[in-house]
Ligand binder design. Structure first.
Ligand code: M6R
Length: 624
């Protein structure tokens, strides 16, 4: 999704070796993980705005800047665009420059009433050179600036924002004002970075992490004007507002690959730490679960009669895993709903419903809209999120943060394991509060959870076998995944990883569903992953999956079986066995998912694909 960076420095105030363009380009590179298809920058120098923009990656913009350099400047904005209105072309890239080349605007989001505004502005005599909603917003801003705002850029932004519907972060610079950037946000991310005689704006802190760790979170429907010496926030009516200052806890190195071949590879290896850190600090001195962040009245939580988990993509699969545990531990009916479907099916939600929103980014618009809908119906919402200060936790009644650290690769890995861990903590917490489990039963599960980081590490240490399989199977045109119980969402997640980064047909099935149709797909040489539950769990579950392996093997499938150490029963029917350490049934997804991630990463790598930025995908989907 679009990335935005802004920088204002102070000429001569300090001896600096960089200019606005250096900061902005570095910020855009850091924001590349969000996914984009064009990039651009604008600077203001000597009373003029100059800009360059290019379809493609930041590297293409770099080449353009080398061929046609921009002047040194202390004021600049930059943008990486993920196309919504209009294709990924040079003219549609941001910045959009209007007002006879004097006003440059970058934008993230979608302006829903743009065609109405475009007609209105066309009637006033304005012409448009792109297909974008952004150019309409920029033109409206110019119109206000030159008319009713008396050339005050902040006032013009306020008047413009009042007219816009939809979601937007807008940044504007004008040739008349070489000292400021004016920005507005509604339902779209924007963070302020504070430096010494310099200030920053970014879609998230990655945009300025190389320069400062001091940041300020803005509220919704607010405007900020930044100069080198400060910032001023108002609402859309012009009333003064306060931001929430915070210190960025992770450093630039955490956003680097750290020696791995890709961010995805690095993030797969981050998983023991992601689970460990998510478990940290959740117990009180008596060893009881204490989720400080879940400050919803205990009586409300006791009266909950239904849980609805809302999420998209990988986060929704984490929710599906968690449902098995939450229902089992809390005896509360639990549904998992794709966020984008939830609102439109008129769900039965009321003040006795607890909605759990899962999101790595905290900015997924479908999930945000779903929680707003749920709260309107009286439900309480707990967000399980990886991104501090993002919109979903901010708009929820309570938040439980996963501590997976920044996830840069578009394909989610460590966030998935951290989401399952956090959702399990929430389930145990509810069970403790409602008296569904004895304290020693909860302590046993927590003990097992604490052992998981080490076990995940064991799976990672044995990754070479799986990497080789991925490389050997790089010419496969289809891979299937089977699982039962908690293994079913793991199968779905394994298939999603392969689709996302290797662009091959992959499907996950509930193993029991095989004979109701999917078994017809099995032919000689079809690779099928099978996630086998622990033989120490429910015997019927285990033996049924072993039968499924026999059925597909007899029809020519190449079976790749993920089974627990010591499970000898699968050996006769498996072409390849990947073993994972023993763990309770409900915790097995934290182990069985890892080889599937490694497999997808290796297979896509062998095909020569960019595993971190797969085609057509954005890291955080901030439009509906
Ligand atoms: O940031 P979120 O967790 O809300 O994102 C939800 C999905 O868009 C995300 O999990 C997506 O499916 C990933 N690319 C999967 O790898």
């Amino acid at each position: 999704m679009c990335g935005i960076v802004g920088y204002v420095g102070q000429p001569g105030a300090v001896d600096r070796e960089y200019y606005a363009l250096d900061v902005v380009l570095e910020g855009l590179r850091r924001l590349e993980y969000r996914g984009y298809d064009s990039a651009g920058v604008a600077v203001v120098a000597e009373g003029a705005v100059e800009h360059r923009k290019k379809a493609g990656k930041v590297a293409a913009l770099d080449a353009e800047l080398e061929a046609s350099p921009l002047p040194h400047s202390i004021l600049g904005i930059g943008h990486t665009r993920w196309a919504t209105h209009g294709g990924p072309t040079d003219p549609n890239a941001h910045p959009h420059v209007v007002d006879n080349g004097r006003l440059a605007v970058v934008h993230n989001g979608i302006i829903e009433n743009f065609s109405e505004l475009r007609s209105e502005l066309s009637q006033k005599g304005y012409n448009f050179v792109s297909d974008t909603d952004t150019e309409v917003a920029a033109t409206l801003l110019a119109d206000h600036y030159n008319k009713d705002a008396a050339r005050d850029l902040t006032v013009a932004m306020r008047l413009t924002s009042q007219r816009l519907e939809g979601a937007f972060t807008l940044l504007a610079v004008h040739a008349d004002h070489e000292d400021r950037i004016v920005a507005a946000r509604r339902n779209s991310p924007l963070v302020i970075g504070l430096g010494e005689h310099e200030n920053f704006l970014g879609s998230d802190v990655s945009g300025f992490i190389d320069y400062t760790k001091q940041a300020v979170e803005m509220g919704n429907d607010q405007i900020v004007t930044i100069t080198a010496e400060g910032y001023e926030i108002t609402d859309f009516e012009g009333n003064r507002a306060e931001g929430r200052p915070f210190e960025v806890k992770w450093d630039a190195a955490a956003a680097e690959k750290g020696g791995f071949s890709s961010f995805m590879d690095k993030e797969i290896h981050d998983q023991p730490a992601a689970v460990r850190d998510t478990l940290l600090g959740r117990l009180d001195e008596k060893g009881r679960l204490s989720l400080d962040e879940v400050h919803i009245d205990e009586s409300v939580l006791r009266s909950v009669d239904k849980i609805v988990v809302i999420a998209c993509g990988t986060a929704a699969y984490a929710g599906q895993v968690a449902r098995y545990a939450i229902e089992h531990w809390c005896r509360i009916p639990t549904e998992v709903e794709l966020a984008h479907e939830f609102r439109y099916r008129d769900p039965i939600v009321n003040e006795k419903t607890l909605v759990v929103a899962l999101s790595q980014s905290g900015e997924t618009m479908d999930t945000l809209m779903a929680i707003r809908h749920a709260r309107e119906q009286g439900a309480k919402v707990v967000a399980i999120c990886n991104t501090n200060g993002s919109s979903i936790p901010r708009e929820s009644d309570a938040s439980l943060y996963t501590h997976a650290g920044p996830e840069i690769a578009v394909a989610s890995t460590k966030a998935f394991l951290a989401q399952i861990t956090a959702a399990y903590l929430l389930g145990l917490y509810l069970a403790q509060l409602r008296g569904n489990m004895y304290a020693d039963e909860i302590a046993d599960v927590l003990d097992e959870l604490q052992k998981m980081p080490e076990k995940i590490q064991e799976v990672i240490d044995a990754e070479e076998q799986v990497k080789k399989l991925g490389t050997d199977m790089s010419t496969s045109s289809s891979v299937l995944f089977l699982g039962r119980h908690v293994g079913f969402p793991v199968a779905l997640e394994g298939a999603l990883k392969l689709k996302e980064i290797a662009y091959i047909h992959a499907e996950g099935f509930a193993a029991g569903e095989l004979k109701h149709g999917p078994i017809a797909l099995i032919e000689e040489g079809q690779p099928v992953f099978v996630i086998v539950p622990s033989p120490r769990g429910r015997d019927s579950l285990h033996s049924k999956v072993v039968s499924n392996i026999q059925e597909i093997r007899a029809r020519g499938a190449i079976t790749i079986v993920i089974a627990e150490e010591g499970d000898e029963s699968v050996k006769d029917y498996a072409n390849h066995v990947i073993t994972v350490p023993q763990a309770p049934t409900l915790l097995q997804p934290l182990l069985a998912t890892v080889p599937l991630q490694v497999f997808a990463c290796a297979l896509a790598g062998a095909k020569g694909y960019d595993v971190d930025q797969p085609r057509n995908l954005a890291k955080s989907v901030t439009v509906e």
